[in-house]
Design a protein around this ligand. Structure first.
Ligand SMILES: Cc1cc2nc3c(=O)[nH]c(=O)nc-3n(C[C@H](O)[C@H](O)[C@H](O)COP(=O)(O)OP(=O)(O)OC[C@H]3O[C@@H](n4cnc5c(N)ncnc54)[C@H](O)[C@@H]3O)c2cc1C
Length: 317
């Protein structure tokens, strides 16, 4: 029996969609975190199909481009890219209905309690005793919890990963009239803007206008981390205008700052597991990042548990 503690309103994390119901006919959610994901590992596909359902995601045949150093454009490499339907969080919501979920609980400390851990929230409230705990969060948040729980050795092993986690400013902009661009997403080489994607072009998000999601470069997002949302919007929109040739003021926009967006480490150990402590750490940053990486990290822990007879049967990973 698995219990999930999540500090925000619901599960999803960086697989994030923000509701925008207030825009009549303008779609009801915008993906402000992960833009698409891959399904290269057949075990990942099988897990989503079985537990979230085949209807929770579909292919996004978006026309995606990137800019070369000399300024001209190339198509993204051939690959099948997927999105949650009608929003990214359809997948995490689908998966989580099979678990006991305690949302709006920020775990602040774990207290040893033979043979496992007592889970305490940040306000000191108790949430029960569990025979093993898996931390599935960005490294800074895992390290903070490990330190608060007295697991200093494991916490120390995460130091390099904490430093390697890049922030990302995201800006969602809505245009009442479609922009009519020749592509659905592009990567830019300008100083601020790294990615711009037409969210409305993804299946299930159709509407009369267009929502675009703009992401800042990691380095730029870091050096502008404390800027106001207005300043960030101005810089990202200026680059968007230069890249797209669109000189229109958005009818609506909002910004979101991801403190821990993506890891610059391209490889990793997959997971950490202390059999003595019955404590594991997983996450995309332990496998080179990305949504599929988050799954691969969990799968590597699962495989070790099966090999070590920690579990004898499981959800068929
Ligand atoms: C802007 C952006 C763009 C991206 N683009 C892509 C992309 O196009 N393709 C792709 O594959 N990947 C992309 N990614 C990366 C992808 O989103 C992540 O790799 C993946 O979602 C990580 O999943 P995770 O479960 O490991 O961690 P997370 O999604 O970070 O989940 C961790 C969860 O733990 C919760 N939490 C943290 N601390 C506590 C606590 N103390 N108590 C309780 N809960 C806690 C958080 O609220 C969060 O919900 C992007 C990420 C960002 C931010």
């Amino acid at each position: 029996m698995v219990t999930l503690f999540e500090k925000s309103r619901g599960p999803g994390g960086r697989l994030a969609s923000k509701r925008v119901d207030s825009i009549p006919g303008g779609g009801n959610a915008v993906d402000i975190g992960a833009q698409f994901f891959t399904l290269r590992n057949p075990r990942f596909r099988a897990l989503i199909d079985r537990w979230a359902g085949r209807e929770s995601y579909t292919e996004w045949p978006g026309r995606l481009r990137y800019q070369l150093a000399r300024g001209d454009w190339e198509d993204f490499h051939q690959a099948t890219r997927y999105v949650g339907v009608p929003r990214m969080t359809a997948i995490s919501r689908g998966l989580s209905v099979h678990l006991t979920v305690h949302s709006r609980v920020r775990v602040g400390r774990l207290v040893r309690s033979e043979p496992g851990w007592r889970v305490m929230d940040a306000a000191g409230g108790e949430h029960g005793v569990f025979d093993a705990v898996v931390l599935a969060m960005p490294p800074a948040q895992s390290r903070e919890l490990l330190v608060a729980s007295g697991c200093t050795e494991l916490a120390g092993m995460l130091a390099a990963d904490v430093a390697a986690m890049d922030p990302c400013w995201a800006l969602a902009v809505y245009f009442q009239r479609p922009l009519g661009l020749a592509c659905d997403g592009f990567q830019s080489r300008l100083a601020a803007l790294q990615w711009a994607g037409n969210d409305t072009s993804k299946p299930g998000r159709e509407g009369p206008g267009e929502w675009w999601v703009l992401h800042g470069h990691p380095g730029w997002s870091r050096s502008h981390s404390d800027d106001t949302e207005d300043t960030v919007a101005e810089a990202l929109l200026a680059d968007f205008r230069t890249m797209s040739g669109v000189d229109r003021v958005p009818d609506r926009m909002f910004a979101h700052r991801w403190l821990y967006a993506r890891s610059s480490v391209r490889d990793g150990p997959g997971h950490y597991w202390s059999a003595d402590d019955r404590l594991a750490v997983i996450g995309d940053w332990l496998t080179g990042g990305r949504v599929e990486g988050a799954f691969n990290s969990a799968a590597s822990l699962f495989d070790q548990w099966v090999a070590d007879s920690v579990i004898v049967s499981g959800p068929g990973l």
